[in-house]
Design a protein around this ligand. Structure first.
Ligand code: 5AD
Ligand code: SF4
Length: 472
């Protein structure tokens, strides 16, 4: 077994260095003929960060002469890009690898790799328990994929490379094969917050920010390739801090003022880092920065927020929401919530329900607490029974459904600005998103893809809107 776990790649410049950026934005990626035209398929689950990472894997492997294919049956290289935030991700990986057994029988050349958060979390345990896995890589070794796979082809045993490059700066220009109208752009990675329920600090490592000039240059290049909307990505995107002292509000402003990007979104922000400067920049540049904020609260009980180590109370969160609403009156909010966190009483849970009603989120992403490896909360004694978690989750969704239905109805009759993202041949309709992040469907010519058009909403459903194009 080739084992590089535990070693660390280093780079002479520190991410907080104030010296000018000397490393060019374009790294030299491997363009060796490792794939010899073989098909590669990446199976992705998890957050937008994972979706973006999978696209990066395809791009890197295409440079190394692999051919992206749409199904695992057509592939000679299958990568499972996994997520370990909730549920039973390791079981999911094993069961997925099991489904590839028949493919391996038909194609002995087939190689199978596991990457992403489960790779970082489980390392060589994966190959010990499932010998069909040929290689494992982590969230910090994605750029080494061609090299890792070359080793797999040269050797008899599995290859494991999951080390974190803790001291290396975060240089990752966006690699995307066919950027559409809307594209993700990484700006921060990792997390130093250590919420007691969350595995991310262990699977994505320490928090780092990309240099300010790199992000701007990246976005300029994407614009030239036809991109109209970017979504800035990071586990904790609003704690962005560049090497030259720019914070997240400065980055948003810089993108709005110094580039011709039409729309800017971002996710996910942390309430404790959401300050008035950021609200002001959003308000001042509403022509470009969408008025949609995903602000995970996790719980409505200050006692639970404290044991979660979230760094704010219910009152402080609500105060920020009030400020946001006063500075950006047309803001649309969404959130993440965990029910059944250890020690959560019925009263704590009811505080969460009340908070959801008071804030009137358009969308909530709610989950049952699931103990994760390495995390503090997994060792808390007062775990909540599964049946209670299930009942609370259902109750929360029921309470929220009433709110979201009423909020959705308010869109009927309104004219929204919709950036058209795609056209469905099958249904003959266009799809795009409004600045509020609503999915809007309407009839119109295919060549409207990429344009921002006015659409009058005729019918609102809980998560989508139907409308009529208003030619201008
Ligand atoms: N159990 C349940 N939900 C979790 N999340 C993160 N960790 C856990 C966990 N252990 C949820 C949080 C976070 C979202 C991405 O996933 O709500 O904001
Ligand atoms: Fe996880 Fe908390 Fe970091 Fe979000 S802020 S990624 S929930 S540790």
């Amino acid at each position: 077994m080739i084992e590089t776990t535990g070693r660390e790649t280093t780079n002479s410049s520190s991410p907080t260095s104030t010296t000018p950026i000397q490393t060019p934005i374009l790294k030299t990626y491997s363009n060796q003929d490792i794939g010899k035209g073989r098909g590669v398929y990446v199976s992705t689950y998890g957050c937008q960060m994972n979706v973006n990472d999978s696209e990066r894997m395809y791009s890197l492997l295409e440079m190394a002469n692999f051919t992206p294919v749409p199904t695992p049956e057509q592939a000679s290289l299958i990568i499972i890009n996994s997520c370990s935030v909730r549920e039973k991700p390791v079981h999911k990986v094993y069961s997925e690898v099991g489904t590839f057994r028949k493919l391996r029988e038909k194609n002995p050349d087939l190689k199978i790799g596991v990457g992403g958060c489960v790779g970082s979390q489980e390392k060589d345990n994966l190959v010990k328990k499932q010998p069909m896995i040929d290689f494992v890589f982590g969230t910090d070794t994605i750029d080494k994929l061609p090299e890792i796979i070359a080793k797999v082809y040269q050797s008899e045993g599995p290859t494991i490379d999951t080390q974190f490059a803790h001291r290396a700066p975060y240089y990752v220009e966006t690699l995307i094969r066919n950027p559409g109208v809307s594209t993700f752009v990484n700006v921060t990675k990792g997390c130093d917050n250590f919420c007691t329920f969350c595995v991310v600090p262990y699977t994505r490592g320490r928090e780092k920010s990309r240099p300010y000039t790199h992000v701007l240059k990246d976005v300029q290049e994407l614009i030239q390739r036809g991109v109209k909307e970017i979504t800035l990505l990071g586990q904790n995107v609003n704690s962005y801090e560049s090497e030259c002292g720019k914070d997240f509000a400065d980055l948003l402003k810089g993108l709005a003022v110094e580039t011709n990007i039409e729309r800017i979104r971002y996710t996910t922000s942390h309430p404790k880092d959401f300050d008035e400067k950021l609200m002001d920049v959003m308000a001042q540049h509403q022509n470009k920065i969408c008025e949609y904020i995903h602000l995970p609260v996790q719980s409505g009980s200050s006692r639970i927020l404290h044991t979660m180590n979230r760094g704010y109370t219910r009152e402080q969160y609500l105060e920020k929401i009030q400020k946001i609403k006063s500075i950006i009156p047309n803001v649309v909010l969404s959130t993440d919530i965990i029910v059944g966190f250890p020690g959560e009483t019925e009263e704590d849970f009811q505080e969460t329900v009340r908070l959801v009603q008071d804030v009137a989120y358009e969308t909530i992403f709610a989950f049952k607490y699931s103990p994760r490896p390495f995390t503090k909360a997994a060792r808390f004694e007062d775990q909540v029974p599964e049946s209670v978690k299930e009942r609370r989750l259902a109750e929360l969704f029921e309470a929220h459904n009433k709110i979201s239905f009423e909020l959705a109805k308010q869109y009927e009759g309104q004219v929204l600005q919709v950036l058209v993202e795609d056209y469905s041949e099958e249904r003959g309709n266009l799809h795009g998103r409004s600045t509020q992040n609503k999915n809007v469907y309407f009839l119109g010519p295919k060549d409207m893809v990429g344009q921002t058009v006015s659409v009058k909403i005729t019918k609102a459903f809980p998560s989508t809107l139907r409308g009529e194009w208003i030619p201008t």
